[in-house]
Design a protein around this ligand. Structure first.
Ligand code: ADE
Ligand code: ZN
Length: 326
């Protein structure tokens, strides 16, 4: 499982910070973050809202471009060790200078330098998807979209929306998404995680995204499932995340296999792996164990991710070659 080449399209950079990494940064800076950890040293939360709070608390130790350089390197080394050859990470200017464009440029330069180092060491390729956070509101999302617009290029290739799906409406973020679309960025938004089928429909209608983060609750509406299959919208499915956050009690109850059977285009990702005690290899192994997925299903996942990746044609060709070589 580890050796299967994987493309991961849904990974929050800060959400991939191992608890030990955050603890070490906190100790260096004399910050007490013990409240966000459990007795075993992992992240402690009981539900999605607490998860968002401790996620944001963990981010308070990431105060400099060097912190993001170190984080990027640690995350990519780990991803490469899991067989990931291409990773698209959600990058949040909110946690990199609060949405200030000049600060964001400095953080981004540090992230890109680390990505280049990781590529030279293990061959893993990183692209960034600038992400606004829904519960920080539409005004702040506009500032984040400006950061995306101004830094769009070879490395920043996408724009996304994460955060609390139960707040506000996709249309509140249409301005930010229009700006990102005009800048040539690929578009994705979290939906159909804490919101139902209507949230997915509104997101497709108002933000005109080609991919949906999660999207799994589309299963509650057969007409929507058929629409997704027909139009080829790609879902970034993160089963371990959905189970850890209590959306489904188990993988057996998770709709991923039913969505696959219905012809919906799927990819598999880890979202915030240390928070959910998961990894790409564990996700793949669980799908094999629970649903009997075998090599062809994992090849399809990689080909779907390759087609849906927000990268330039040359990178896509290079990745295709690496998949063929396996
Ligand atoms: N940010 C990080 N992980 C998230 C998730 N699963 N849903 C919404 N926002 C997030
Ligand atoms: Zn996510």
């Amino acid at each position: 499982m580890r050796d299967i080449p994987k493309l991961e399209l849904h990974l929050h950079l800060e959400g991939a910070a191992p608890p030990g990494f955050i603890r070490a940064k906190a100790a260096q800076k004399g910050l007490d973050l013990s409240r966000i950890f459990d007795g075993a040293g992992g992240y402690a939360y009981r539900d999605f809202y607490e998860f968002l709070r401790i996620y944001e608390a963990a981010c308070t130790v990431l105060t400099t471009p060097q912190d993001f350089h170190d984080l990027t390197l640690a995350v990519l080394e780990h991803s490469a060790s899991e067989g990931v050859i291409y990773s698209e990470a959600f990058l949040s200017p909110d946690f990199c200078g609060g949405g200030d464009l000049e600060a964001w440029r400095d953080y981004l330069a540090a992230i890109e330098a680390a990505a280049e180092q990781a590529r030279a060491e293990s061959g893993i390729i990183l692209r960034g998807c600038v992400t606004c956070i829904r519960h920080f509101g539409p005004e702040q999302a506009r500032r984040i979209a400006r950061c995306a617009q101004e830094t769009a290029g070879d490395f920043i290739t996408g724009f996304g929306l994460a955060g609390d799906e139960t707040m506000l409406h996709p249309s509140d973020f249409a301005y930010a998404f229009d700006a990102a679309r005009e800048a040539g960025l690929g578009l994705t938004a979290h939906a159909g995680e804490w919101g139902g089928p209507d949230s997915v429909r509104e997101t497709l209608r108002d933000l005109r995204v080609s991919r949906i983060g999660h999207g799994v609750r589309a299963i509650e509406d057969p007409a929507l499932v058929a629409h997704l299959a027909e139009t080829g919208v790609v879902l970034e499915v993160c089963p371990g995340s959905n189970i850890a956050l209590g959306l489904y009690p188990s993988l057996a109850a998770h709709p991923i296999d039913r969505l696959h059977q219905a012809g919906v285009k799927l990819t598999v990702s880890t979202d915030d792996p240390p928070f959910f005690h998961t990894s790409m290899t564990r996700e793949y192994q669980a799908l094999a164990d629970r649903f009997g997925w075998e090599a062809p299903a994992f090849e399809t996942l990689a080909q779907t991710a390759l087609g849906a990746a927000f990268c330039d044609p040359e990178t896509r060709r290079a990745l295709a070659k690496r998949l063929e070589a396996k």
